[in-house]
Design a protein around this ligand. Structure first.
Ligand code: NAD
Length: 490
């Protein structure tokens, strides 16, 4: 059996339901395009309500046997899936670049990152313990055991087409849940390829089902899962408005929810920081995926005594970043995902400049490369009146805000409904302790810009959502606790 695949083998154009590749029940199809060129990569099945229902039927049928499989057998399947991901890392990386636009090195890096969650949860599958509760009454034994919640619906965004869905499927399968999933309409091909590899790895029919949908069809498809009482959990990564809609609509059947939503991350540079390290950390955290990540710093606060110096140092580095299609091996930033994304970036920059921001570098579209490119940009003199201070820009734009003292920086950093990632640079140990306690965020990077790891709990507070992915905590969202009380024992 071939385990190393060609790109053409991995491009799947139908839904995967009950172990089979199937067309949409209504026969609809939609185009997936390359954001670098606008060319159609594939025309694929467009799933609606009936397809979502068929996926749930299969997942519900498969659930009892998968739940009852030995944890070590579920772990073995996940380990095989992990091995296949690694074996096919180059071709999966190319597929990510093709449909999402990120440079190949980042696409391949995403495969390794996503695969690390599969390996992590494969190991965790065998370590799901319960408790024997110390005896309270003679003749009674009380214990707590953990059980899979049931069928899980996973809905994911386009910015990490492989990692976002892998880190939902892996814990779900590890604990014994079955899955119905729907990737984003811009980037369904990577998820379909991943599911093909899962099938090759021995995931039984019905245990993992994936439908692809256009934006239009996604609404009725997901609504079917929201209203179906057999779907016991929704795990979603995406924007806050859609997360709120899912929470409202799933209330009727009281599903468990994990919501990894939007961020508006602050990045604070204190005057006692190592400025070279802060520039490096900012480049790593801000320009990954062209600034299209939920943990990208969106607001950079710099203490006034180092403000001009830091701005100069940063702008010099940002001006050297190479913007090019993923096919160029020197590319550091690719195209944005679509025209809507570039329009939003341009709107934010124009608004900031009209309100007094100074452009240190960038600040324009790169139309010679194509319609979806935007220059890496640094703006000085940003203020809280500008749109980019309260909305995620989701692009390669760094606005620099000035602050005088620690209290002002903390207040500004927390002055947002969001609370996913936050970052700060300081060499003062007491300040590090104070600031880490006061930042309202699920994640704090301290003198560090690269924070993600399969071993760490990833997730937000406030309107960035709830639930955690990765780490030992990442299993909890897929489990419920059953209390057993056995009497008549003496
Ligand atoms: P989005 O909310 O528009 O879409 C996410 C998913 O939801 C897609 O699969 C989409 O088809 C689906 N969807 C959209 N509207 C729907 C509806 N009415 N009914 C059912 N399904 C619907 O988000 P996006 O633009 O694809 O992704 C970017 C957002 O995701 C940003 O806000 C970013 O911060 C966030 N994000 C968060 C994390 C995290 O871990 N917290 C990670 C990555 C991205």
């Amino acid at each position: 059996m071939a385990t190393k695949f060609e790109l053409s083998d991995l491009i799947r154009t139908e839904h995967f339901i009950d172990g089979k590749w199937v067309a949409s029940i209504g026969g609809k199809r939609f185009d997936v395009t390359n954001p670098a060129t606008g060319e159609v990569i594939a025309t694929i099945a467009d799933g609606g309500e009936a397809d979502a229902r068929a996926a749930t039927d299969a997942a519900a049928r498969a659930f009892p046997a998968w739940r009852d499989a030995l944890p070590k057998d579920r772990a073995a399947v996940l380990h095989r899936w992990h091995a296949l991901m690694l074996e096919n890392a180059d071709v999966l990386g190319r597929l990510i670049s093709l449909e999402q636009g990120k440079p190949f090195a980042e696409g391949r890096g995403e495969v390794l990152y996503g695969a690390s969650y599969v390996a992590w949860f494969a190991d965790e599958a065998t370590r799901i313990y319960g408790d024997l509760i110390p005896q309270q009454q003679r003749g009674k034994r009380m214990s707590a055991v953990k059980e899979p919640v049931g069928v899980v619906a996973a809905i994911t965004p386009w910015n990490f087409p492989l990692a976002m869905i892998a880190r939902k499927i892996a814990p779900a399968l590890a604990v014994g849940c079955t899955v119905v999933g729907k990737p984003a309409e811009d980037t369904p091909l990577t998820a379909l390829a991943l599911v093909m590899l899962a099938h090759e790895a021995g995931v039984p029919p019905g245990v993992l089902n994936l439908i692809a949908s256009s934006r239009e069809s996604a609404v009725p498809a997901v609504a079917d899962w929201l209203h179906d009482g057999r779907v016991r959990k929704i795990t979603f990564t995406g924007s806050t408005p859609v997360g709120k809609y899912l929470a409202r609509e799933s209330a009727e059947t009281l599903k468990k929810l994990s919501l990894e939503l939007g961020g508006n991350a602050p990045f604070i540079v204190f005057d006692d920081a190592d400025l070279d390290a802060a520039v490096e950390g900012l480049l790593v955290s801000k320009f990954r995926n062209g600034g299209q990540t939920c943990v990208c710093p969106n607001r950079v606060y710099v203490q006034s005594s180092v403000y001009e110096k830091f701005g100069d140092m940063l702008a010099k580095r940002v001006a050297t970043l190479k913007v090019a299609p993923a096919t160029d091996s020197a590319a550091q930033i690719g195209p944005m995902i679509n025209a809507r994304a570039v329009d939003k970036i341009a709107r934010h920059v124009d608004d900031a400049v009209s309100k007094g921001a100074r452009t240190l570098t960038g600040g324009k579209r790169l139309t010679a490369l194509g319609p979806n490119y935007y220059a890496p940009t640094v703006l000085a003199d940003a203020t809280s009146e500008m749109q980019l201070s309260c909305e995620e820009t989701f692009g390669p734009v760094v606005p620099l805000f000035r602050f005088e003292d620690e209290a002002e920086a903390i207040h500004a950093a927390n002055d947002t409904p969001f609370g996913l990632a936050s970052y700060f640079y300081s060499q003062d140990v007491r300040r590090i302790d104070r600031v880490s306690r006061q930042l309202e965020a699920g994640i704090v990077g301290i003198n560090e810009g690269a924070i993600s790891s399969e071993a760490a709990p990833f997730g937000g507070v406030k309107e960035s959502g709830y639930g955690r992915e990765g780490s030992k905590y990442g299993l909890d969202d897929y489990l419920s606790i059953k209390y057993l009380c056995q009497g008549g024992l003496d």
